[in-house]
Design a protein around this ligand. Structure first.
Ligand SMILES: *Cc1c(COP(=O)(O)O)cnc(C)c1O
Length: 394
């Protein structure tokens, strides 16, 4: 059984309680030295020889093999690179190719905007009258019909934390002849995942996987399909033989073809170290510990902060690793909470969001956070003018 927390593995600034690992994970303590070593020994000494001698060129699939067990898939089916927005575009373009006679892309109105924006851009680019339909999360299954080419969902709603059941939705999509894409942005590294035969999955590595701001995203393609996919983003590093410099694109072998261009080597060094943490970690134990923390948090807040309304599902099995509360002055309240040493974040229009990561949080952190939030709320500290101005990133 994996024991939590594992605070020694992470740097958290003194006096801070970090409840925002669902947005940007904290830095693993091993990252600075590993990154420094990469910079001096590899980039510094090897220069361009690093692509071969330090294995930079193989990193995107090697790291993919380390992500594979975390998302419950086989090695060889995951590649890292680019940002999640780009990986959403790639997966959706490939999915539409696999279902060429249908026009509907089905998602829900709790999906993260960039996923929907990328779908809109792809639809315009293809120019074949595809339609993006977004419905309430509870209406997804009933909205799958015989014109649905793709069901594209994020497993956990970034605002409320509501968790979709991958098994029933994937089965319903497949029963109707639709392709299934899961965005695991808020699930990879938060809980065990069962893709239930879905064709595609994508996700990022800077949230629960703690690889740092700007760390590359990942894409999974079901192995039996990969050889049939003609990548829409046909970049040279997804070519079968990039260094033959042929005039025309030929897709590379297996998941290599989902690569696009030069990978972010410096960020991959931190991702490598961050993924080492997951080697012997039991995801079921992690999930159980996360539920304990979030249940304790909800009970504490509801006992002390009558102005905050739970906006997440009350059933812990129906939510991800975050808990959200609705409050009209949520932005100012969150600024005040942050100013008093508890970091969460705010999502418009009125959501105060807190993430629970048993890797570096324990019950005493939860109790202390509840105490601080309660004092901000009961003393109405959020009414101070200095908490009212919105920053660019909320
Ligand atoms: C965090 C997140 C993103 C972020 O996309 P980037 O391209 O990495 O900026 C996209 N989709 C979902 C569902 C997310 O939660």
């Amino acid at each position: 059984m994996t024991q939590f927390p594992q605070k020694d593995l992470f740097h958290i600034p003194d006096g801070l309680i970090y409840l925002d690992g669902n947005s940007l994970g904290p830095i693993p303590k091993a990252v600075p030295a590993a990154t420094q070593k990469m910079l001096t020994d590899e980039w510094g000494e090897l220069l361009i020889r690093g692509w071969n001698k330090a294995g930079w060129m193989n990193q995107p699939t090697k790291l993919g093999d380390q992500i594979a067990p975390i998302i419950g898939v086989v090695a060889g089916s995951v590649a890292v690179g680019d940002t999640l927005s780009v990986k959403v575009f790639q997966a959706l373009a490939a999915a539409l190719q696999l279902n060429p006679d249908r026009r509907k892309i089905l998602s829900d109105n709790g999906n993260f905007p960039t996923d929907l924006y990328m779908a809109e851009g792809l639809i315009r680019t293809i120019g074949k009258d595809h339609k993006l339909i977004t419905v309430d999360p509870t209406d997804v299954i009933n909205s799958i019909d015989d014109d649905t080419a793709v069901v594209m969902l994020t497993q956990v709603d970034y605002r409320t934390g509501r968790l979709h059941d991958t098994k029933t939705i994937t089965a319903a999509a497949h029963a109707a002849g639709a392709i299934m894409i899961w965005d695991l942005a808020h699930t990879a590294g938060a809980m065990p995942i069962d893709l239930a035969g879905a064709e595609f999955a994508v996700g990022c590595t800077y949230k629960y996987l703690n690889a740092g701001p700007g760390a590359p995203a990942f894409i999974y393609v079901r192995p039996d399909l990969i050889e049939t996919i003609q990548p829409a983003l046909s970049g040279w590093l997804g070519h079968d033989a990039p260094f033959e410099f042929e005039q025309s694109y030929r897709p590379g072998h297996a998941i290599e073809r989902m690569r696009v261009g030069t990978p972010p080597v410096i960020q991959m060094a931190s991702l490598q170290v961050a993924l080492d943490i997951w080697k012997d970690l039991d995801l079921n134990d992690l999930r159980a510990a996360s539920i304990k923390l979030s249940e304790r948090f909800i009970a504490g807040i509801e006992a002390t902060c009558p102005d905050l309304t739970l906006a997440s599902p009350r059933d812990p099995n129906a939510r991800g690793s975050q808990v959200s509360f609705a409050f009209d002055q949520g932005y100012a309240a969150m600024q005040a909470v942050i100013d008093h040493g508890v970091i969460g974040d705010f999502r418009a229009p009125n959501i105060m969001r807190f993430g629970f990561t048993p890797l570096y949080l324990d019950e005493s952190d939860i109790d202390a956070a509840v105490g601080i939030i309660a004092s901000v709320m009961t003393q109405k500290l959020y009414t101070d003018a200095k908490y009212q101005t919105r920053s660019r990133v909320t």
